[in-house]
Design a binder for this molecule. Sequence first.
Ligand code: TYM
Length: 380
Amino acid sequence: MQDFTVTPWEVSGDIDYDRLVRQFGTSRIDDNLRSRMKAACGEFHPMLRRDFVFSHRDLNLVLDDHEKGKGFFLYTGRGPSKGMHIGHLVPLIFTKWLQEKFKVNLYIEITDDEKFLYRREYSWKDIGESAHDNILDIAAVGFDPQRTFIFRDSEYVKNVYPLLLRTARKITGSTVKAVFGFDDSTNIGLSFYPAYQVIPSFFEKKRCLIPCAIDQDPYWRVQRDVAEGLGFHKTAAIHTKFLPPLQGVSGKMSSSAGQETAILLTDDEKAVKNKINRYAFSGGRATIEEHRRLGGNPDIDVPYQWMKILFEPDDKKLRTVHDDYLAGRLLTGELKAMLIDRINSFLKGHREKKKKAEKEIESFMYKGKLAKEMWSRTYE
Ligand code: TYM
């Protein structure tokens, strides 16, 4: 029985991540791989330590290549839309950490084409505005401007069109129907688009590692079917789970599902406070007296889960929050207040960095070392 759905277009239901790994044919990150990551990076990222970064394809081969001095490169992306939410930053924050640890090139694809084809209510002008705004948010995460290339599909297409065609020639209609659930009513642009999401994994002759949430994995299945026949490596991937929506610890935060499910990067202090207090699903008890006596349930408590995923990197402090909540010493209102503070200071920092990013996007897109190199290159 299928009681959840995970596709690049829809994530819903009570996600069983172990079953998803089996369904998608990916692998769990096991202790051995975790130790190898720690040895290579010198430390663990909390998302890895806490099993939020949980699944992969060929991460072992990436580490082999790294150890042998062959190197690898990173690739991730974003389908531009009005207003990014904190869930969108999750894979980007992890990607930034990987870039810092391994000092490798990173390509960020902005899929203006995909969004235009998928969201019929957007005009091309809307897409352009969203792309610019989203690129500022992405730049604010703080990637290395000399080693990062951020590009819009519609702009860079002239440098990759022959390779894109060579790739598209290898992908049949029945493949995209089976992998993405397209049918005869799907517009033909969307049937072509998956070929473009594959292309950045071919930007270097090294192995590519793609950090993303697991909803994007169907694209990598297609990539792995065609890569070797085109003379490239099968891509590797490292998957996160989803930052859950405010309403409950399953599913994914999504701005299209309604403003009250997500914290947007543009939300001000009042909006954050209001959303958390009003909507964040709590594992606390109905009354303070009952909560003190019986304790709360951190496993289903959205504020606790967000602290665990993003807002409390210190394991000892997180353990204290967990234990105090479980024992009823920490109240729901107190936990929510803690989270509101964390989110607001995070967003304040983000907004300041975003303001400065206007200058930096020149480097990421056109003028930095890697960007310049990419504009002088064509792919056949
Ligand atoms: P998009 O814009 O839907 O999502 C961007 C990235 O955010 C992840 N994501 C989440 N992660 C954690 N919690 C959530 N609630 C959450 N919601 C979204 C997505 O998995 C993704 O990593 N087709 C892509 C754009 C793209 C891309 C890529 C993404 C092109 N190339 C390579 C990843 C890697 C898209 O529309 O993503």
